[in-house]
Write a protein that binds this ligand. Structure first.
Ligand code: GDP
Ligand code: MN
Length: 380
């Protein structure tokens, strides 16, 4: 789950990280009023779950409340990476002497939280990693001990030469580690961590991604979810208890089990196609899930074919077949459906599908190849 900058800043503040104040506006008038209250220059910042916001024109400096109103009016009408901007954060503008990068992610390789820090902040860290990898210092945190003071200090010395600033940054890293850990985050990032001309160190941007698997035990974090900023099909899938991730291709995939879903997507690629989604309908035998799955897949206008790939174990093939028949009666499906099922009650499933006018296959390669052909405009 993604959260907004203003929400991440609230979490950071709760852990003691120095973050400038700020308030949320949903109209240009509110933005002007907040700017007035802060009495001077402010920054108006789009609150949207997309990177590259600054480059897209979603971060603007305003010298007067009137200018804040104008910026807010433009930014509130924008879409960034297909996401509408519904809120802006209005925050006092800081004088910036330097910009650094401080990030913390879960690294699958080392299975640890890893700090990445660089004195080259403000810009895309991916760019720094590609062009000047030596400018990034990394540290894997041992979960048994957490971030030790000398480690935090070692990281901070790569950012600043001033001892006071090194100490301030080391403290912030410890606080960031605590914020990360207690929020179930998979990523926490300060870009930029600035120094002011007076020598203060502050976080003026904040980004956090939360691991969905942590949410059940963190209701106060789950409450930060903003569905207006999420993909509508992913929202529907979550409500229906399906594991769904929207992708850019045109082969709609409806599969039981995450492993088989991955294998199916690999095979779609192998035969020259592109999956429109990852979808695991789970191990249950509930036809209603199939109905919901088809609703979600068919609401994507890119989908040219729907591929069912079911391995019947606990999931009974006849239940899935009934689900497909029920769903296609209830929803007007305009694209061809290719069905492959094998395993528990396979014969009954084939009978149900054939009676309803579908054909079913048992061979996975054959089914995927056919689905890709159909998606690419080939004949059935
Ligand atoms: P992002 O582009 O979405 O990451 O948004 P940021 O909040 O990181 O802002 C992008 C850049 O705008 C920063 O790296 C700064 O250079 C600049 N910026 C943001 N806030 C301020 C501010 O308060 N004062 C000044 N002078 N520049 C700012
Ligand atoms: Mn940033």
């Amino acid at each position: 789950m993604n959260i907004h900058e203003y929400q991440a800043k609230e979490i950071f503040r709760g852990h003691g990280i120095p973050v400038p104040p700020g308030e949320i506006a949903t109209t240009p008038e509110e933005a002007a009023a907040i700017a007035e209250k802060f009495g001077g220059m402010v920054v108006v910042k789009a609150q949207v779950h997309a990177g590259g916001r600054g480059k897209a024109g979603g971060v603007k400096l305003a010298k007067t409340p009137q200018e804040a109103r104008e910026h807010a009016s433009r930014i509130l009408g924008m879409t960034i990476k297909e996401l509408p901007v519904l809120k802006v954060l209005v925050t006092p503008a800081e004088d910036i002497a330097s910009e650094a990068y401080v990030g913390l992610i879960v690294d699958r390789g080392s299975k640890r939280a890893v700090f990445m820090v660089s004195s080259e902040g403000g810009v895309d860290i991916e760019e720094v990693a590609a062009t000047n990898p030596d400018a990034i210092r990394k540290l894997e945190v041992d979960p048994r001990f957490g971030l030790l003071p000398h480690q935090a200090y070692w990281l901070a010395t790569s950012l600043y030469s001033d001892v006071k600033q090194q100490r301030a940054a080391a403290k912030i890293m410890g606080q960031l580690y605590n914020a990360f850990l207690s929020s179930g985050a998979s990523l926490a990032e300060i870009n930029p961590l600035i120094t002011t001309p007076e020598g203060e160190v502050k976080a003026i941007d904040a980004k956090m991604n939360i691991d969905d698997n942590e949410l059940f035990r963190l209701p106060e974090i789950e409450a930060l979810r903003d569905e207006s900023s999420e993909d509508p099909s992913e929202v529907k899938a979550r409500e229906a208890g399906l594991t769904f991730i929207k992708l850019d291709g045109n082969v709609g995939c409806c599969v039981n089990g995450a492993g088989l879903a991955m294998a199916t997507m690999d095979l779609v690629k192998y035969y020259g196609g592109d999956p429109a989604n990852f979808l695991d309908i789970g191990g249950s035998s509930n036809p209603e899930k199939v109905v919901n799955a088809l609703r979600i897949i068919t609401s994507d206008p890119n989908v040219r074919v729907i591929l069912f790939n079911i391995f019947g174990g606990i999931t009974r093939c006849d239940d899935v077949a009934n689900g497909i028949v029920t769903a296609t009666r209830r929803i007007d499906i305009q694209v061809p459906i290719v069905i492959r099922l094998t395993g528990t009650n396979e014969e009954a499933a084939v009978r149900i599908l054939e009676e309803a006018g579908f054909s079913a296959m048992t061979d996975m390669d054959e089914a995927v190849e056919k689905a890709v052909q159909l998606a690419n405009g080939g004949a059935a």
